[in-house]
Design a protein around this ligand. Structure first.
Ligand SMILES: NC(=O)c1ccc[n+]([C@@H]2O[C@H](COP(=O)([O-])OP(=O)(O)OC[C@H]3O[C@@H](n4cnc5c(N)ncnc54)[C@H](OP(=O)(O)O)[C@@H]3O)[C@@H](O)[C@H]2O)c1
Length: 324
């Protein structure tokens, strides 16, 4: 069986991603052969490509896809040929037409969820799930700040938070994105305006918010600390603008006995039970129309370089799918 896949020989700009054809072995014990129907593009893919996160070279890229099972390895009993499944996380290599995947990383995709939605949003949906329900479990009536509210995770998480009865202050980087995010945020602030932390205080009677979810990183770190209430929590879950620089923990005391956590999806879906529960909770929220994720961009797999350029230059909204 042949697959067409993206490979990098070295880390660097989008140009290091090259399309090649490779031979796949039959699936081994506990594995399945998957024909990809759609592939998700996530910001973390740019970190694996650029060198911000390490990979062992040469390497594939991509963590997320939806596909149909074409063959089963030994010992796989709870899935069958023809099942439509998705995965989000694990080893890199989703940018491919066919792939061998560990069966215990797969979840069945319910009938009502389209291939593109499963492929482009399972990782983000599960991220929103653990952030809002397990890292800092939000409660109805609370006000939160969610950065990059027009982005992939942002759109899903803000819709979900509102459905949970939370008042959402979303931040964005342009007027066009502000208009868009107003559909799922109670208030939208532009974080290019340096007064945004004060604007958060103005919206919360001077108190600040109990939690800030920050996937932007370096550019928003200080402001995020500045708009937290006493004993509030900064959930720093990404680095879209670059990694947060080193800092003295004493700053957390000075700014109100704050908490800081730096979570990742892998640690919140560390075993099969957690993975299935997290995915099912997301699929249920989709089925109840509490979340309607937008697939803002579609690219053929061969155009992945352009897809990365657009994501890194802030030219995407919602989630992005690659078509194999
Ligand atoms: N820890 C986890 O478990 C986990 C899981 C999934 C994702 N993440 C993180 O969550 C964040 C969002 O991921 P996503 O895939 O949904 O991406 P995304 O939000 O669709 O895209 C990133 C957004 O970040 C904003 N941004 C601010 N400064 C930026 C800069 N200098 N360069 C590029 N973008 C900048 C842009 O929105 P504006 O134009 O509005 O500023 C951009 O559209 C990423 O940091 C990602 O690594 C973490």
């Amino acid at each position: 069986m042949q697959t067409v896949r993206i490979e990098i020989q070295q880390q660097g700009g989008p140009e290091v991603m090259q399309l090649l054809t490779a031979e796949l072995p039959p699936p081994g014990a506990g594995e399945v052969l998957l024909k990809h129907l759609a592939i998700g593009l996530n910001f973390i893919d740019t970190y694996h490509r650029s060198g911000l996160y390490p990979v062992s070279l040469p390497s594939g890229l991509g963590l997320e896809a939806c596909g149909v099972i074409e063959a089963l390895g030994h010992g796989v009993h709870d899935l069958k040929v023809g099942d439509r499944v998705a995965y989000a996380g694990g080893a890199v290599g989703a940018y491919s037409t066919y792939r061998i995947v560990a069966a215990d990383k797969l979840v069945l995709v319910p009938d009502g969820v389209a291939d593109e939605v499963a492929a482009a949003t399972l990782l983000r949906g599960m991220t929103a799930q653990y952030l809002l329900k397990r890292t800092f479990p939000v409660q109805a009536g609370q006000t939160i700040v969610f950065h990059a509210a027009a982005g992939g995770v942002g759109q899903i998480a803000c819709q979900w938070a509102q459905a949970l009865g939370v008042r959402v202050i979303g931040t964005v980087g342009s007027a066009a994105k502000a208009k868009m995010a107003a559909a799922w945020c109670d208030h939208v602030l532009d974080y290019n305006d340096a007064t945004w932390p004060q604007q958060v205080r103005d919206l919360t009677e001077g108190l600040g918010v109990p939690v800030v979810y920050d996937g932007v990183g370096a550019a928003t770190f200080e402001g995020s600390l500045d708009c937290l209430a006493l004993r509030g929590m900064l959930v720093s879950f990404g680095n879209a603008s670059g990694a947060v620089p080193s800092f003295n923990p004493g700053i957390l005391a000075q700014k109100g006995s704050l908490f800081l956590t730096r979570p990742t999806l892998g640690h919140y879906t560390a075993n099969r039970g957690e993975l299935v529960e997290t995915a099912q909770d997301y699929f249920t929220a989709l089925a109840q129309h509490r979340i309607v994720p937008e697939i803002g961009q579609r690219y053929p797999l061969a155009d992945v370089q352009q897809a990365h350029r657009d994501l890194e230059s802030r030219n995407t909204t919602g989630s992005t799918v690659l078509i194999p």
